[in-house]
Design a protein around this ligand. Structure first.
Ligand SMILES: *[C@@H]1O[C@H](CO)[C@@H](O)[C@H](O)[C@H]1NC(C)=O
Ligand SMILES: *[C@@H]1O[C@H](CO)[C@@H](O)[C@H](O)[C@H]1NC(C)=O
Ligand SMILES: *[C@@H]1O[C@H](CO)[C@@H](O)[C@H](O)[C@H]1NC(C)=O
Length: 192
């Protein structure tokens, strides 16, 4: 009896710290994975000479709020400059896809889940990138600079600006049997 009690007591803080949601809670899973990720792969439609119209995936730092157990806003904020090759694509066509995966957290390594294993949960967002207005820029700055302190020292003459991924479609890959879709309404209304 005693070891069982001890086990239960030991398990409690994990839940309190925001353990991974159950696979049937797809909207919460999407929020959980995004909040636990510091970066993602962003695919744009290339405008480069010789590559025009072809998919082009690149890594971007992101944040939906300060790290920690209490969820986040769910909004993937980004810090961008027009000098960046993918941002040049977005100026022509802001449509994009963003993928985040628990492969970048200790979770999949601890459970020995290969990144392509659905149990190593990954989320695919489709939508477009939009510049945020001045009032939202404060939130975006707090979200990004708390996780990516180096951003504060990035060259001022690059004209960095705050942006967000405007989510229109969400796919959740967190279990066997195919992917699940979540609407942006479900995603933003769920308690993370
Ligand atoms: C972006 O995607 C939307 C939705 O599919 C589409 O209506 C729009 O034409 C696309 N924008 C461009 C610039 O291709
Ligand atoms: C800024 O953007 C936010 C989020 O889209 C919106 O709720 C708010 O009304 C906007 N503020 C202004 C002053 O346009
Ligand atoms: C965000 O996405 C919605 C749905 O596709 C679209 O109607 C809206 O225009 C987008 N917002 C911006 C600022 O591009």
């Amino acid at each position: 009896m005693v070891p069982l009690l001890l086990l239960c007591a030991a398990a409690l803080p994990l839940v309190a710290r925001g353990a991974i949601p159950a696979p049937e809670e797809a909207a919460r899973m999407a929020r959980f994975v995004l909040h636990n990720c510091d970066w993602g792969a962003l695919a744009t439609l290339s405008t480069q000479e010789g590559l025009r119209g072809r998919p082009f995936a690149n890594i971007f730092s992101l944040s939906d709020g300060a790290p920690g157990p209490h969820g986040g806003s769910g909004v993937p904020y980004l810090y961008l400059t027009d000098l960046e090759i993918s941002v040049q694509d977005l100026e022509v066509n802001s449509n994009a896809s963003l993928t985040v995966s628990l492969a970048q957290t200790p979770y999949c390594k601890k459970h020995k889940y290969d990144p392509q294993n659905p149990l190593c949960a990954h989320i695919i967002f489709c939508g477009n990138i939009v510049k945020v207005n001045d009032s939202e820029a404060g939130l975006a700055k707090k979200a990004l600079f708390s996780r990516h302190p180096e951003m504060e020292s990035w060259p001022k003459d690059h004209n960095w600006f705050f942006a967000k991924f405007n989510i229109t479609n969400i796919w959740v890959l967190d279990y066997f049997g195919g992917l699940k879709t979540v609407t942006p309404e479900e995603y933003y209304s769920v308690k993370p």
